[in-house]
Design a protein around this ligand. Structure first.
Ligand code: CP
Length: 306
């Protein structure tokens, strides 16, 4: 039995196969419409979500399976003090596969150690968000045609942004990757990513504060939200929340084929006027999230469709 805790749980070859499968699902949805008949997906979300939970549910429904679950800790027995270890033992009796989001780093890993069914980390605190990374990789590969030889700007909350941490870990395995890390001092990338991942692997990167300075050299601009829920005090959040706002004027500084990605939800960091720019790919990215989660469910359940 296999779980997904980190994007690195898959080798580059396995990831290629998963992304190929996702592309085939996109092109031939009918071929997969009954692949998971009789199977159930549990979505155990201890933290709010729109895209991840609903795209997992859409993915399983598209595969002909069923879904059950809870969308907040308050609506589960976690509110009475039940541990994730006990909860997953119970979920193992009811479902064939589980996607779990939790505010505590490592909670899905703890669950996976007691689980009788595959567990997918659907985001754990400020740590990892591997299925967002799979979504990001599929989007980049589908729209750019490659995952190597790219200069990628990561902008906003690089300190708490789990999507950024997961994406860096995944992309350094491809040749010719260079990062431009764009953040205010307070939200800089943590040292366990800068030193232990980027420096340790000899990955070229620069750290800048002004988005305008980085724009002309980027192939991908990955915007992130300043996450209110990760701040310890309101004052710091209010000071930093509008630090970056991507506008039409800033887009004029970018390459004609640069792509703007964002894991979403967005608050103010991308002006709605940018949505109509053909380089704005964040809504297409959310659609790719369904295909890649379909591919992941099939892969973890060991279901092959010929
Ligand atoms: N991208 C993402 O994780 O969105 P949700 O929080 O809505 O699931």
């Amino acid at each position: 039995m296999r779980h997904l805790m980190s994007p690195l749980d898959f080798s580059v070859d396995e990831l290629d196969k998963l992304l190929d499968l996702a592309n085939d699902i996109e092109k031939n949805p009918g071929k997969y419409a009954h692949a998971c008949e009789g199977k159930k997906l549990a979505t155990c979300f201890y933290e709010p979500s729109t895209r991840t939970r609903l795209s997992f549910e859409a993915a399983m429904l598209n595969l002909g399976g069923s879904v059950l679950g809870f969308s907040s800790a308050d609506s589960s027995s976690a509110a009475k003090g039940e541990s994730v270890s006990d909860t997953i033992r119970i979920i193992s009796c009811y479902a064939d596969i589980c996607a779990m989001r939790h505010p505590k780093e490592g909670a899905p890993l703890v669950a996976s150690q007691k689980s009788l069914i595959p567990v997918i980390n659907a985001g754990d605190g400020g740590h990892q968000h591997p299925t967002q990374t799979l979504t990001d990789l599929l989007t980049i590969r589908s729209l750019k045609g490659r995952l190597g030889d790219l200069t990628i700007g990561l902008c906003g909350d690089l300190k708490f942004g789990r999507t950024v941490h997961s994406l860096i870990n995944a992309l350094i395995r491809y040749p010719g990757i260079r990062f431009v890390l764009i953040s205010p001092e307070e939200l800089k990338i943590p040292s366990y990513i800068r030193e232990d991942v980027l420096v340790a692997n000899g990955i070229p990167f620069t750290e800048v504060e002004r988005l305008e300075d980085a724009m002309p050299e980027l192939d991908i601009l990955y915007m992130t939200r300043v996450q209110k829920e990760r701040f310890f005090n309101e004052e710091d959040y209010v000071r930093l929340k509008n630090y970056y706002i991507l506008t039409k004027a800033k887009m004029e500084l970018a390459k004609e084929d640069m792509l703007v990605l964002h894991p979403l939800p967005r608050v103010n960091e991308i002006s709605v006027e940018v949505d109509d720019d053909p380089r704005a790919a964040y809504f297409r990215q959310a659609q790719y999230g369904v295909y890649v989660r379909m591919a992941l469910i099939l892969t973890l359940l060991g279901i092959e469709v010929n």
